[in-house]
Design a protein around this ligand. Sequence first.
Ligand SMILES: Cc1ncc(COP(=O)(O)O)c(C=O)c1O
Length: 369
Amino acid sequence: MGASRAIRVGTPVEALETPVLVIDIDAMERNLARMMSILAGTGLSLRPHLKTAKSPALAQMMIRAGAVGVCCAKLSEAEVMANAGITDILLTSEVAGVGKFERLVGLAGWVPNFKAVVDNAHAIRAIAGLSRAQGVTTKLLIEVDVNTNRSGVVSAQEALALADLIAETEGVELLGVHGYAGHAQIRPMETREPVNEAAMTTLEEAVELLREHNHSIPIVTGGGTGTSELDAARGVLNELQAGSFLLMDTAYRDAGVPFELALRCRSTIISRPAPDRAVCDAGQKTMSHDAGPPEVEGRPGVTYRRGSDEHGSLIVDPALLDRPLEVGDVISLVPSHICTTVNLHDVFVGARNNVVEAVWPIEARGHIW
Ligand SMILES: Cc1ncc(COP(=O)(O)O)c(C=O)c1O
C-alpha cells in the first residue's frame, strides 16, 4: 500500500516526521507585506511568479494581498492554477508543438484573463489559427530579450514586426511586452543596478517604438525579487513578476535583498559515523543543489557538504559544537535555491510559534509539461 502523509493542524513542529518543508507563516507574511510596501504608490503591481511557490493556496494569499494576477512558467502549472479558480494568468515561457498550442488556446477560452508570451511568427500564426477555430481571441505579449540571452526578440524592430503581425491577424490580440532581466537578479547591488538599468532601457526602447507605431501596450511586465526596488523606482514596468521573495533562499539572502528566510527543511540525523561526520535524511531528492548545498541553521560547527540521492553528508567540527550532535537530532536546512527545492515536495507545512497551522499542497510541483 502506498504511504500518504497525514499532517495535522495543531501538531508541534518538533513532532513532524522528516524531511519536511516548514514555512514560518509570520516571516512569509512579513515578506509579502514588505513587497506590497515597496510597490505601493509606484505604479508597479505585483504579478508573482508561481514557478516558486507552485501552490494555489499561496497564490490566492498573494492575490488577496493585492497581486493583480499570477505568472506561470508551464502550461501544466497554469492549468493547476486555472483549476483552482485563478482568473488572471500570464504564461511567461514560449511553447511549441500543436498539442501545446491547443492547450494554450484552451486556457485562453477557459481563463478570463489568460495571456501568453511569444517571440516568433510561427507561434503567433499557430495560436491565431487555433483561436479562430475555437472562436476565441488569445491575448499575447511579445517577449523582448533584455540582454538575458535567453528567449525573446533581440531588437525593437523585431518586436515591431511581431506587433504588426499580431495586429493584422485575426484570433490574437497584443496586450503588452514581457522582458525578464534574469541575469540582473542575484548580484551584489553595485552590478545589479547598472545591469538592470541596461535591461530596462532595452525594454523601454521596444515599448516606445511599438507605441510610436500605434500599438497600445497596456502591460509592461518583468522583474524579480532582486530588482524589485530598482524596478519600483525605474518606472518602465507596470507589473513585477517576483516569486522568490515570498519564501527566499540563501542565494538571494547573500545578494542582500530585503526579505527574510521563511522556509526551512527539517531533517533528521540518521548516522554519526565519525566525530567529524554526520548524515541527515535530506539529500538531493529533498534539497536542490543547483545553487550549491543547503545551509545548516543554528548549529555552529555543522556544515552540509554534499547530498547524494537520499543522504545529506555533513561535516562536523567538534571544537565548534555548542552541544552534542546525535543520531535522532533534527536540524534545520535553508535552501540555496527555493524554486528547485519546492518542486521536490508535495506539501508545505505552515507553522506559527512552532505549531502547525496549515498544510498546503504544492499541487503544481513536477508540472513541467
Ligand atoms: C520569467 C520570470 N519571471 C519572474 C521570475 C521570478 O524571479 P525571482 O525568483 O527573482 O523572484 C523568474 C524566475 O526565474 C522568471 O523566469
